[in-house]
Design a protein around this ligand. Structure first.
Ligand code: NDP
Length: 328
């Protein structure tokens, strides 16, 4: 078996030299363990944070050791009562083709009638981030105008659809005409192309004539500033991610920050794991919207473990539409 490991800590955008494929020694299972052939591996923007040696909500990747991340596979061998060969499971020992884990670190896939890889995207961590971030953190409700950045990505494209299902007016932003058209096809009422050359603050002003009530931030930087500039009285900002700054040490300039005061804007960061104990709500609602055909799912699939760093780096150049995945 093989796994990707981090060879050194990148500054700025990582490159191939920061990753190495290492061999994992084959070993027999201990009592209670399972062997899993991984089929789908997740790459996610938060993994960039784990490459830095800093204190955070998840510990840094250890140099020279297998990296970790969401994964879906099939049990091939089991010394656990809970799992048998052939079971489809999810776990966190990603970035590798085979995982050996104690049963406590392995979960069966939820029973919803979807492809298994959906549980790494819309029906997994990114989907939960969209759902709880929009409905709990930002308290989006019918009639609100919701602005969401990185709207063609895994989290953003799910935010767009949940917001539409809840009766909101939705404005997205994405890079390039093709992605913008796709976001519109998901139901967004307007989409701005932040790569078109028009400053985000101006482009947003043109489509958000009545301002915005909710901002779901995936990007930070100019997008956050533009959202502040157009926020209505008592707007709610859910700060989910700031991908614009993950590879950068430049300070963010927020010219409209003082709008927080007069407009009584509430701004709140969150981590999806804050809501783990409410997963049942998420599956119930998402399951319902799936049945009603209100959810469209899209994945960008990179083939082969060998190309995993490429898939990861693609997140920072917009290489994905919908969820970025690696098929082993
Ligand atoms: P995406 O599928 O959205 O992929 C990242 C996308 O970000 C790219 O496709 C690209 O789209 C866009 N992007 C990259 N760089 C920039 C930039 N400099 N400016 C604007 N857009 C950029 O990833 P996820 O859906 O997995 O994650 C989205 C955000 O949510 C991230 O910030 C992530 O860290 C955060 N997150 C937070 C969680 C939490 O618990 N708080 C959990 C999960 C995710 P384009 O082509 O449009 O530029």
């Amino acid at each position: 078996a093989r796994a990707w490991s981090l060879t050194s800590r990148p500054e700025g955008l990582p490159s191939d030299e920061h990753f190495a494929l290492i061999d994992l020694p084959q070993r027999d299972l201990a009592e209670g363990e399972v062997r899993i052939a991984n089929q789908w591996l997740s790459v996610d923007p938060y993994m960039r944070g784990r490459m830095n040696d800093v204190k955070s909500y998840t510990p840094p990747f250890a140099l020279g050791k297998p990296m970790e991340g969401g994964a879906i596979g099939t049990v091939t061998e089991s010394r656990s009562e809970r799992f048998k060969p052939g079971d489809a499971v999810q776990h966190f020992a990603g970035w590798r083709d085979e995982a050996v884990l104690p049963e406590s670190q392995v979960q069966p896939l939820p029973e919803l009638d979807v492809d298994p890889q959906a549980f790494l995207g819309q029906l997994g961590m990114p989907g939960m981030t969209a759902y709880f971030g929009l409905l709990e953190v930002a308290q989006a409700k019918e009639g609100d105008t919701v602005f969401v950045s990185a709207a063609a990505g895994a989290v953003g494209s799910t935010v767009v659809q949940i917001a539409k299902a809840k009766g909101c007016h939705v404005i997205g932003s994405a890079g390039g005409a093709e992605k913008c058209a796709w976001v519109q096809s998901l139901g967004a009422d307007a989409v701005i192309d932040y790569k078109s050359g028009t400053p985000v603050v101006k482009a947003l002003g043109e489509v958000a004539r009545n301002g915005i009530d909710v901002y779901f931030d995936n990007v930070g930087g100019d997008h956050l500033d533009a959202a502040l500039a157009h926020a209505n009285l008592r707007a709610r900002f859910a700060i989910c991610g700031m991908i614009d700054v993950y590879n950068s040490s430049k300070p963010t300039e927020l010219r409209y920050l003082a709008r927080l005061i007069g407009n009584r804007i509430r701004i709140q960061g969150f981590i999806v794991s804050d809501f783990t104990d409410r997963a049942a709500d998420f599956y119930r609602d998402m399951g319902g919207w799936l049945k009603e055909d209100r959810l469209k799912r899209h994945e960008t699939v990179i083939d082969g473990l060998d190309h995993m760093p490429e898939a990861f780096l693609g997140l920072f150049s917009g290489g994905n539409t919908g969820k970025m995945l690696v098929k082993v």
